[in-house]
Design a protein around this ligand. Structure first.
Ligand code: LLP
Length: 425
């Protein structure tokens, strides 16, 4: 739950705002973001990685207001499409603090990044190195590039979000020599400035050993580059992926401990080879946005499937949170709008979409006296819920409101069916 949330008489408040008032004013489903929680986690990461750079991974959740918060808190921003870049630039986010990612950036996306002068472009293929060389020359610019290295770590997380083993689409492999070849190719192009190496091993990772192995391998490659080319690369970007607790008992890495250990590993590896310590960057998304967000739903039907469980249907589902259907994610959800003495009932929290996989929480206990109209709050939905939202069954995407100091304000308007019809011939 967000840092400023509380519960009185069974009613949840977030940022000092009663969820019943939020539902009344803005409707449901509703994404609620605790501004103070979000900002304080930006500061925590900055403090933990002091001396390094923290770039928020916009894919977790980005809108214009969030881009302003990131800017005000002094973080950088990681974007991976022209769209994310446009959001940032539209609020005057300084391009030099933006890193451009992606395994298949279009020529237009690369060109835009070069043109506006983003701080870093992380290259992910040989084709991209050539394209970037061409664009740099055309624009008379010398972009700073990093190489996304596949370090060969088995991150213990869902297959779809593990990215450091060789058999997946991202990066240039360390073990096959592709990363070293990419270094050669970039150094052969004087219009590109190779400034460092990047790795991102996956997401929602709770065992920190993988980050440490990745940091060591990346630092070792830095040493190899110095030995082969006589070039000292000044930066290492260690990506994101720090897990958060979704349900009680979930482990989550202590960011301060991780930061110290990564810093120590890189320092030792470089110093042993007589290299200066590179500047470290990390790219947390979920660890900043995840716990700041809560989704509010209204209960529509309560169906007892005799002898099995009770299906509680709410007014959203896999269109506003696809993570349960996609990754088998686990969430904490509670009845949020009143007090009750009723006992627990084995439930499944489901959406209103036309498939049985449309679940938000597979197994949970809700009060036996639950009725239509009650509000359900689902915790830790700040990351990868709104950003993965879709319009399945023509459901409009819910609004996002920011709460702080007892007030709420819309930061992304909810869609309407008219919005969905616009553009159809
Ligand atoms: N940097 C790069 C290059 C990334 O690809 C990602 C996430 C991050 C940083 C931030 O990772 P985080 O700190 O948020 O774990 N949709 C999935 C997560 C996909 C993550 C994609 N890349 C989910 O809902 O779990």
């Amino acid at each position: 739950w967000p840092r400023t949330s509380g519960r009185t008489g069974g009613v949840i408040t977030i940022g000092g705002v009663d969820v019943r008032d939020l539902a009344k004013e803005h409707g449901t489903p509703l994404y609620v973001i605790d501004e103070e929680d979000f900002r304080s986690r930006c500061r925590d990461h900055k403090a933990a990685f002091h001396g390094g750079e923290v770039h928020y991974a916009g894919k977790a959740f980005l809108c214009r207001e969030v881009a302003r918060w990131i800017d005000q808190e002094g973080l950088g921003l990681d974007v991976c499409s022209a769209g994310e870049l446009a959001v940032a630039l539209s609020v005057g986010f300084p391009p030099e603090r933006i890193t451009m990612h992606g395994n298949n950036k279009s020529l237009a996306e690369l060109e835009r990044a070069v043109e506006v002068g983003v701080g870093h472009i992380v290259v992910d293929s040989y084709e991209e190195i050539a394209r970037l060389g061409f664009l740099a020359e055309r624009h008379g610019r010398r972009p700073k590039v990093m190489i996304r290295v596949t370090v060969g770590v088995e991150a213990h997380t869902h297959e779809f979000i593990a990215t450091a083993h060789d058999d997946q689409k991202f990066g240039l492999s360390l073990s096959s020599g592709a990363a070293a070849e990419a270094v050669r190719r970039i150094l052969a192009l004087p219009q590109l400035e190779l400034v460092g190496l990047h790795s991102h091993i996956g997401s929602q990772i709770t065992d920190t050993a993988g980050f440490e192995v990745a940091a060591r391998r990346l630092a070792t490659l830095l040493v190899d580059v110095k030995n082969e080319h006589g070039v000292v690369l000044p930066e290492l970007d260690l990506g994101g992926g720090y897990g958060i607790p979704y349900v009680q008992g979930d482990d989550a890495p202590d960011i301060k401990v991780v930061a110290d250990s990564l810093h120590e590993i890189v320092t030792k590896t470089c110093q042993a080879a007589g290299l200066p310590v590179p500047r470290l960057t990390v790219e947390p998304g979920r660890a900043i946005a995840g716990l700041a967000g809560v989704t509010l739903y209204e209960v529509g039907t309560v169906k007892d499937v005799e002898g099995l469980r009770t299906y509680v249907s709410v007014d959203g589902g896999m269109s506003d949170n696809i993570r349960t259907a996609l990754y088998g994610a686990d969430y904490t959800a509670v009845m949020a709008s009143r007090d009750t003495e009723a006992g627990p009932m084995l439930s499944r929290l489901v959406g209103k979409h036309c498939e049985s996989g449309d679940m938000i929480v597979r197994d949970l206990w809700l009060p036996e006296d639950l009725v239509p109209g009650d509000l359900i709050a689902v915790a830790a939905t700040g990351a990868y819920c709104r950003s993965l939202a879709n319009n399945y069954n023509y459901l409009p995407k819910p609004a996002v409101v920011a709460v702080s100091g007892g007030r709420s304000r819309v930061i992304v308007r909810g869609e309407t069916v008219e919005d969905l019809l616009r553009g159809q011939l």
